[in-house]
Design a protein around this ligand. Sequence first.
Ligand code: ZN
Length: 151
Amino acid sequence: MFSLGDLYQQVIIDHNKAPRNFGKLEPCTHDAEGYNPLCGDQLHVYLNINDDEIIESISFEGQGCSISTASASLMTDALKGRSVAEFNRLFAAFHHMATADLSDAPDEEVLGKLAVLSGVKEFPSRIKCATLCWHTLKSAIEHAADPAITE
Ligand code: ZN
């Protein structure tokens, strides 16, 4: 069954039980919907990006498994107050962490708390649960008209 290190599991349980930044953001400058058909996870992300390209506020709504909810909660926490350039850097680091070799340790210096999700690598079917919120946010930032669907 699905098991992670105790500490990692604790963080995921905590974020799943009490997701941070959960709810609709009104008004918002950017938003997008995402869907992971493999698991049925649905997400809607909202954010306000100011003229200096700083993410001033960010939130999400949706229904999904514990991994997708915890990942969105951790992501929104990590990105509040960060720039769009930093989002791109974190997105690349997170994506690498989720898809790299098991032996490849996550870059905790860049990822911080997000590194708790590195355990999903052992469960390939759950990787898309963890990356859905990132793909959804990317389409929101890029103002894509179509919902994000994990490929
Ligand atoms: Zn899921």
